[in-house]
Design a protein around this ligand. Structure first.
Ligand code: ADP
Ligand code: MG
Length: 910
């Protein structure tokens, strides 16, 4: 067990002897034993013993100690005022944090100040704006096993629930295939997960924190009970038993993590499942309800273009591929021109889940087209959307009673621009924009309420007054009147007393210790009247009060205190009234987010000269059951932004031309070309315009990528194993609605094996899978194979040589490449001249030795595959066996064993 967690041994062994404060600390550590407890002592959060040593090292803060009659304890503290940045570091180091605040004023109690955990902060349940990326969701997940929809054997279905606690986004899906759930996890990249009994934790990536939580929350009955409190009958909403378990458990966890977050509540922290009794099964009271969780969306993974972790990475959706790549070298980087956080998150969601159904794609495209055409509307909307606050998180805070008066003013300011945004869409033509016009609800009542109730520039604190506007509440106005009158009386006092006493230098003043006083300088003390009472003697003067002055003062202070209390009461009432409109605010947020994302797509389309793709409906093309892709003048959306002059290239695929074998020297543009085709398809399915002169395509259901050793920087497993693993997935799962990119496959092993595998794969994809495939390879014999397979064809990149210099054309052409120009590329890359010369010699010698063969000295110094095939022709028997290999049904190890056997056979026969 991590010594930073749980009650410190030094305290546990003598708990009953500890001082009351240290006993409190001990007990909180015992109750929240999976978190570092931050224990408020005055202006600091302290940690002790193991937690102190750990925090001191991690946060680079001083390790001190606290000594009392029972011993000496290591101690490290962080100032409460900037606790957030330290908490962030603790989370990053993989800890959960339980914040134990003083929940009584030190003056109010004779004994030790009461402390309670008011928040449990974990990576997946953050709600603090400071700790969250504004333009991305932060998900916590639950994975559960359960019964499937139909009559399959028990517990064969796996469900995934995802919740963003800060925004209220709540999703669920399920599948009988573990890999399908792993793929969905990759899409949403949850920061944390709770895992149910028997559910596999290995569907979660390494950087996802797995939180142990009471397994009973995954019980069917209990999960259904909590779900129905929020969303009504769960069976009507969710598709399976497994989904109910996952969603119910996740809700329970979200309520737990909320802690006693509500202001002033002394969270009892008893919710950690383990201690719960059966009668109090959930141990959760009504006040814990997260009112802003109003929607739970169930989806089927098959409703969206499937992108697994490998494809997400190699198509650079969210993360640059290069280790130190620029952040904007991603698809989201080039597409994100959103104006507000709401739109940023929606755009990311669209990219994460490209659509399949053409009518849904067309609906977005219609809106993008209309906005692309209307510069004024687009730019105006963009400007207005910049003033839109993060309404989703704002209403979440309001609903959780964590919002202050400034938050309410931010809501009001956002509502104030809504009518203007709305009027921009008054003449919209397409359905999508007309719907948005409809849904942009300006919530006039909420805006009026805030305008009436809250002053325009309120303080951050909500308990110290200065928040509620004049005229909103007569009681408050009266209290303020009393305070004002009293102050006026005091303001007038100086003049009155000067006149009465004849002392011209008499002054009325105020200090925080003595309150109001009358000050008279020493030479005038003779003239002080009877009713003055001496309070303070200074060097040159004396200070007095009068009974009347004190009476007035008490009146003012009393009225002010009551006014502050009244203000707080009123503020809470206003906040909770607005909380009652949570669904309308969320509806508005949704409309603003959609508009922002559409405007962003239109802005990029107009600025970078994208075209509207024509989407073919696979259902309506009876003659043509597969995928058709017809792109002219396509560009790579990311590379074209950094490349001075990008050369556009087209792509044509249909049922007769389905598999392209692409050759060309290194650096000629093969990888770029393949990714560009996939990204154009993906963008089209997002509903975006695409970087091309024209594009016509059938939506694909899944994009597979396999990027070869030379282009892959992922370390760890043996490259060859990774390659075979990914290939196995492709060969097993791809079908005629898939787009497959294979980049330099077969590099992780010797050239002969590599060629054999590449060839077998090509045949399998062509004959069995029928997927639309782009295969970049340095195995030239594959181009000959492509000539033999009816639906395969060849493409290549050419380079030109002038005066020994290599010039890359980056232009795709039909047919196979003639050479690899490896030596010339080496020159261009600055390899020393003598090495280059020697290489040329060797190339020439090899060429002379083989009159019939094209040679390809590969960049890594390997010899040509053709050389080996030509010098030792493959006997028919071996070739036949090779051809019949069903690679798709083999494990990598079986494939290796088989290859080894074939190699031996080859040696025997030749
Ligand atoms: P290959 O996979 O054939 O080795 P890449 O696709 O990695 O080549 O391309 C190498 C470099 O060439 C890229 O980094 C890019 O800078 C440039 N490049 C690729 N395609 C084009 C193009 N169509 N127009 C301009 N430059 C390109
Ligand atoms: Mg490449």
């Amino acid at each position: 067990m991590d010594p930073a967690l749980g009650p410190p041994d030094a305290m546990a062994e003598k708990r009953d002897e500890l001082t009351p404060m240290m006993r409190q600390y001990h007990d909180l550590c015992a109750r929240y034993d999976d978190a570092i407890v931050l224990f408020q002592v005055g202006d600091f959060y302290e940690t002790f013993c193991g937690a102190a040593e750990r925090s001191a090292r991690l946060l680079e803060i001083a390790l001190t100690s606290r000594e009392d009659s029972t011993g000496e304890y290591p101690m490290a503290g962080i100032p409460i005022d900037n606790a957030e940045s330290y908490i962030e570091d603790l989370l990053e180091a993989g800890y959960r944090v339980a914040v134990a605040d003083q929940v009584e004023e030190p003056g109010e109690t004779s004994g030790v100040v009461e402390r309670a955990v008011t928040r449990v902060i974990t990576p997946g349940t953050l709600t603090e704006d400071e700790l969250l990326a504004s333009d991305d969701n932060n998900f916590v997940a639950a994975v559960a096993r359960g019964r499937g929809v139909d009559t399959r054997p028990a517990d064969d279905e796996l469900a995934l629930a995802l919740l963003d606690v800060s925004t209220g986004d709540f999703l669920a899906t399920s599948s009988a295939a573990t890999e399908a759930i792993a793929d969905e996890v990759s899409r949403f990249a949850p920061a944390e997960a709770v895992v149910g009994p028997n559910a596999p934790a290995d569907v979660l990536p390494d950087d996802c924190m797995v939180t142990p939580f009471d397994e009973h929350v995954f019980d069917r009955e209990r999960a259904a009970a909590i779900l129905s409190e929020y969303f009504g009958e769960p069976d009507a909403l969710l598709a399976s038993d497994a989904e109910i378990r996952a969603c119910g458990a996740l809700l329970a966890y979200a309520e737990y993590a909320r802690g006693g977050e509500h202001e002033g509540e002394t969270g009892d922290g008893e919710r950690n499942g383990d201690d719960e009794t059966e009668e109090n099964a959930r141990g959760i009271g009504d006040s814990d309800r997260l009112e802003y969780l109003t929607h739970l969306t169930r989806y089927d993974p098959r409703e969206y273009l499937l992108l697994d972790a490998v494809a997400l990475r190699s198509l650079e959706l969210f993360e640059p591929r290069a280790v130190n790549g620029r952040d904007d070298a991603t698809l989201v980087g080039v597409l994100d021109e959103t104006a507000c956080a709401l739109g940023g998150r929606t755009l990311r969601d669209w990219l994460r889940r490209p659509l399949l159904e053409s009518h849904r794609i067309e609906a977005r495209l219609d809106a993008v087209e209309e906005l692309t055409g209307s510069v004024q509307t687009r730019e105006h909307c963009h400007e207005l959307l910049r003033d839109v606050y993060d309404l989703e998180r704002l209403i979440g805070r309001i609903s959780r009673e964590r919002a202050n008066a400034r938050d309410l003013r931010s809501l009001r300011d956002t509502l104030a621009v809504v009518p203007e945004i709305r009027s921009q869409l008054a003449d919209a033509d397409c359905d999508r924009l007309r719907d948005l016009h409809e849904n942009l609800d300006p919530l006039a009542n909420v805006r009026e309420l805030i305008d009436d109730a809250v002053v325009s520039d309120p303080p951050i604190e909500i308990t110290e007054g200065g928040i509620i506007a004049e005229g909103y509440d007569s009681d408050l106005d009266e209290l303020r009147g009393t305070a004002r009158d009293g102050k006026q009386w005091i303001d007038d006092l100086e003049a009155r007393e000067r006149e009465r006493t004849g002392i011209d230098s008499l002054k009325v003043g105020y200090n925080s210790v003595h309150g109001y006083y009358i000050e008279v300088t020493n030479p005038n003390l003779d003239a002080v009247p009877e009713n003055y009472q001496r309070r303070q003697t200074l060097k040159n003067s004396e200070r007095f009060v009068t009974p009347e002055l004190k009476e007035r003062e008490d009146e003012i202070v009393g009225a002010e205190e009551r006014a502050d209390e009244r203000e707080y009461e009123l503020f809470c009432a206003v906040r909770s009234d607005i909380g009652g409109e949570v669904e309308r605010v969320q509806g508005l947020a949704d409309a603003l987010a959609t508009l922002d994302a559409l405007v962003s797509l239109a802005t990029v389309a107009a600025q970078y000269d994208y075209c509207r793709p024509e989407i073919l409906d696979p259902e309506s093309e009876q003659t043509n059951s597969g995928v058709e892709i017809d792109i002219t003048g396509g560009r790579h959306p990311v590379v074209e932004r950094t490349q001075e002059s990008f050369v556009p290239n087209g792509a044509q695929f249909d049922s007769e031309q389905r598999l392209a074998v692409i050759t060309g020297p290194n650096m000629s543009g093969k990888s770029t070309y393949m990714r560009q085709v996939a990204q154009i398809v993906l963008l089209a399915q997002v509903g975006s315009f695409v970087p091309a002169e024209s594009a016509r395509l059938t939506p694909v259901e899944r994009i597979f990528t396999r990027v070869g050793a030379s282009d892959d920087i992922a370390g760890g497993r043996s490259t060859f194993m990774v390659e075979m693993d990914e290939l196995a997935t492709i060969l097993r799962d791809a079908d005629e609605r898939s787009l497959v990119l294979l980049d330099e496959v077969g590099r992780g092993t010797s050239t002969a094996d590599g060629l054999a595998i590449a060839q077998a794969i090509t045949e399998h994809l062509h004959d069995v899978v029928d997927a639309t495939t782009l295969f970049a390879t340095h195995h030239h014999p594959l181009t000959e194979l492509a000539d033999d397979l009816p639906e395969a064809f060849t493409l290549h990149f050419e380079v030109e040589q002038t005066d020994g210099e290599v010039v890359f054309q980056h232009e795709i052409e039909p047919g196979a490449a003639t050479g690899s120009y490896g030596v010339e590329v080496a020159t261009a890359a600055g390899v020393p001249e003598d090495v280059v010369d020697r290489s040329r010699e060797l190339v020439d010698a090899n060429a002379a030795a083989e009159t019939t063969a094209e040679t390809e000295p590969t960049a890594d110094g390997g010899t040509s595959e053709l050389e080996s095939t030509e010098t030792a022709p493959v006997p028919d028997s071996v070739a036949a066996e090779l051809r019949d290999l069903n690679v798709g049904h083999m494990t990598p190890v079986e494939a290796l064993t088989e290859l080894d056997r074939l190699q031996r056979l080859l040696e025997e026969e030749s």
